[in-house]
Design a protein around this ligand. Structure first.
Ligand code: TYM
Length: 414
């Protein structure tokens, strides 16, 4: 950041506090603090994220660890760099990531494991953990298991039909392949197709988890259907498949947004009793909803997200119509500056497209009133359109390589 803008930034400090200079700009668009007296105004479960998420509070409530400078130093030692999504604290929390990094230091192999619940088309938020997973796969040459929980998404909504889920499974697999995972090191597991590989492990897990634990972790109630109550061990099972494949306890690292953490809590509870390592996690924040101050991009709310299949005109319409942190009029914006920290467009650009210098400059220009929302929206619309256009080309090509990615090469047939 140049000297000028840094001075300008300091002069704005009475309006918006920030730590932009030491890389810890707080994501208050999706992570504003809840008023202590209010109690939680948010809900973060694997099936729903509502309201404004306080990520520091989630670390405390979920009992995870923040990604601190020691972790970043370890990454730097191993890869020679710190990935921007770590530097920007988009990946902000973990469980046992240090354990995995020490294993790597000692030359030991680990598996990556991540997934998708095919409840709709894929949006740009979903791509974030997957792109980071690919980065880790490229850096460390790891094998990757990619689970598609078609069963979970059938069970979790009363209205979704199995026909819809099959279509989304196929469409979502194209997105997954288009990320560019190494085909020789990546296997996609579709629950209803590969259930015979999951079920024996899931049974061992299920036997060790009581209903009262599951109720406390997932919030199940008397009105939850019994399919959902029985589902979590199926998502836990891939954590132990690597140990079975390798014939010895094998470390696993799961990159995902923090909403999936409840699954890993129950898995970690049973892992050592079953003779496996506890699976490690690296948790991301959520790419925010485009049309609100809180919540995440969501497949089931199309107006909140840019989808990988959206046409350029649709992307433009969504982005130009997005909620921003701008003032009501240009004159007020010039006078008071915008609220960059409360603006989904700012965060979306920062995490996805701007480099840190550009983003820091955008921040300063916004809060000082130099920058109007139209410019940011245009930047985001242009970047998103060109990103989605090239992704669509890779999606087309992916149609020819589905078989290659399927677990045990079992065909994608329902
Ligand atoms: P699903 O399909 O809800 O989400 C897929 C992945 O995307 C993350 N995610 C987001 N990340 C950033 N911004 C958002 N707005 C956003 N919305 C979702 C999720 O955390 C997830 O990493 N049950 C899982 C499927 C699954 C899985 C796994 C996920 C099975 N095994 C292992 C992660 C790791 C699901 O429905 O994800």
């Amino acid at each position: 950041m140049n000297k000028d803008s840094s001075n300008k930034l300091n002069s704005q400090s009475d309006r918006q506090t920030n730590n932009i200079g030491n890389n810890s700009l707080k994501d208050t668009c999706t992570a504003p603090r809840n008023n202590k007296n209010d109690g939680p105004s948010t809900m973060v479960t694997p099936w729903n994220v509502e309201g404004q998420v306080d990520y520091d509070r989630l670390i405390k409530e979920f009992g995870t660890q923040p990604i601190n400078s020691e972790i970043m130093e370890l990454f730097k030692k191993l890869t020679g760099e710190v990935h921007p999504l770590l530097k920007l604290h988009y990946f902000f929390s973990h469980r046992d990531l240090d354990f995995i990094l020490h294993k790597i230091e000692n030359g030991e192999k680990f598996y990556l494991y991540t997934g998708r619940g095919p409840s709709g088309m894929v949006h740009m938020g979903h791509l974030m953990p997957w792109m980071f997973t690919k980065y880790l796969q490229d850096k460390f040459g790891s094998k990757l298991l990619f689970q598609i929980t078609d069963d979970e998404k059938f069970l979790s909504s009363p209205d979704r039909t199995s026909e819809e889920i099959k279509r989304y499974t196929y469409e979502n697999i194209l997105d997954i392949i288009s990320i560019g995972f190494d085909p020789s090191n990546t296997k996609i597991i579709v629950d209803t197709i590969h259930i015979k590989h999951l079920y024996p492990i899931a049974l061992e897990i299920a036997k060790r988890i009581t209903f009262s634990t599951s109720k406390a972790v997932f919030g199940f109630s008397g009105s939850t259907n019994i399919g959902m109550i029985g589902f979590p061990p199926i998502q836990a099972a891939p954590c132990f498949i690597p140990s079975i494949i390798e014939g010895r306890p094998t470390p696993v690292l799961i990159p995902a947004a923090i909403d999936q953490d409840p699954y890993w809590r129950i898995t970690r509870d049973v892992a050592e009793r079953m003779g496996y390592y506890k699976p490690a996690q690296i948790h991301s924040k959520f790419l925010p909803s485009l049309n609100a101050t809180g919540g995440k991009m969501s497949s089931s709310k199309p107006e909140t997200a840019v989808f990988t299949t959206d046409e350029p005109e649709v992307i433009e319409k969504k982005v130009l119509g997005a909620y921003t942190g701008g003032q009501a009029t240009v004159a007020l914006q010039r006078l008071y500056g915008g609220n960059a920290l409360g603006c989904p467009v700012f965060w979306y650009l920062r995490y996805f497209f701007d480099d840190q210098k550009e983003s820091d400059e955008r921040f300063v220009r916004c809060i000082s009133g130099d920058l109007l929302c139209g410019e940011c929206k245009n930047d985001l619309a242009e970047e998103s359109k060109s990103f989605i256009t090239s992704l669509k080309r890779r999606r087309e090509k992916a149609k020819d390589s589905i078989q290659e990615y399927m677990y045990e090469n079992e065909p994608l047939e329902f």
